[in-house]
Write a protein that binds this ligand. Structure first.
Ligand code: FAD
Length: 306
């Protein structure tokens, strides 16, 4: 069996693999799509020490760094289930089974999308899911935030300090975020809040976003606002379905980890966007992967002590 198998080839998985290999462990990565969400990203300006890069470039750099070590890289393969034990058994979609003394899960997450016309077409042309990443691109401009939960309201507060004007649209009759956040948002002069608003279309000019159509959920009245950016904040879905029932998840479906990346199953660690670690960012996932690999290494040392 492998000493350590990593499931996922995004920033968290790549980082875990390098840390494991540098400890001399027999290490493998199984990744459906190496690079993960990074592959969907255009400009990356907040990976500290790299002033600017883009997704495909960063994914290639991650792979090059992993390949500098004797890591077995198993690409285009999906893990369907994990059976804890010594060793762990990982069943792949291809039917193969892999065995490992320890496992680091790093399967990431995906943003929930609105599923309306124009959204996919104008993704990265005004439609975005990450205020920390893309807020500065809309400096001085008008933007909409979709979603009045904590992430939507936090995004709107954050953006109001950077962009010209923010319209927050919530489908329910009231915002669902914590009262303290709602109070803060309402105190900001360049923010408008619209409730009972169902987004129906992202409007573009062929090149970029120019507006947003929405319908009142009760009167059905149609409206249009002019915006250059649409920040969709209606939930992040962790890729954890395949381990539901095997390991403890929280209410959002995230794998519960402690400060060493240890899950509820001994020898099973997790890192990055799929976990309870807050703030889903590349730099956070990189650190988290290192932490989980070191946590798993510590576990292996103790498990094999005489
Ligand atoms: P991911 O990157 O999601 O990688 C998950 C990996 O697991 C992939 O290799 C996937 O194929 C694999 N996988 C999933 N399920 C299985 C399975 N069952 N079996 C095998 N493999 C599996 N962050 C920033 O810091 N700066 C930015 O500018 C930025 N821009 C972004 C733009 C977009 C459009 C998006 C979507 C995200 C952006 N983010 C940005 C967030 C950042 O990409 C994530 O926080 C980061 O990629 C998380 O890394 P991860 O390794 O945890 O997961």
């Amino acid at each position: 069996p492998f000493d350590m198998l990593i499931v996922g080839g995004g920033p968290a998985g790549a980082s875990a693999a390098i840390y494991a290999a540098r400890k001399g462990l027999d290490t493998g990565i199984v990744a459906e799509r190496f690079g993960g969400q990074v592959m969907d990203t255009l400009a990356i300006e907040n990976l500290i020490s790299v002033v600017e890069t883009d997704g495909p470039k960063l994914a290639a750099a991650l792979e090059q760094h992993v390949r500098a070590y004797p890591v077995e890289l198993i690409k285009h393969e999906r893990v369907e289930s994990i059976t804890p034990g010594s060793p762990f058994e990982l069943r792949l979609a291809s039917g193969a089974t892999l065995r490992a003394k320890s496992v680091v899960l790093a399967t990431g997450a995906r943003w929930r999308d609105m599923n309306v016309p124009g959204e996919a077409e104008y993704r990265t042309k005004g439609v975005t899911y990450c205020p920390h990443c893309d807020g500065p691109l809309f400096k001085g401009k008008r933007v909409a935030v979709i979603g009045g939960g904590n992430s939507g309201v936090e995004a709107a507060i954050d953006l109001a300090g950077v962009v010209g004007h923010v319209t927050l649209l919530e489908i329910a009759p009231a915002l669902r975020a914590d009262a303290v956040l709602v109070r803060k948002l309402k105190s900001m002069p360049n923010v408008e809040i619209i409730t009972r608003a169902r987004t129906t279309e992202v409007v573009g000019d062929g090149q970029k976003v120019v507006g947003l159509r929405w319908a009142h959920t009760e009167t059905k009245e149609q409206n249009q606002i002019e915006v250059e950016g649409v920040f969709v904040q209606i939930g992040l879905l962790p890729n954890t379905r395949f381990i539901k029932g095997t390991v403890e998840l929280n209410g959002l479906g995230e794998v519960v980890v402690n400060d060493r990346g240890q899950t509820s199953v001994p020898g099973l660690f997790a890192a990055g966007d799929m976990t309870t670690t807050p703030f889903k960012q590349i730099v956070v996932a990189l650190g988290d992967g290192a932490k989980a690999a070191l946590g798993a290494f510590e576990h292996l040392i103790r498990a094999t002590a005489p």
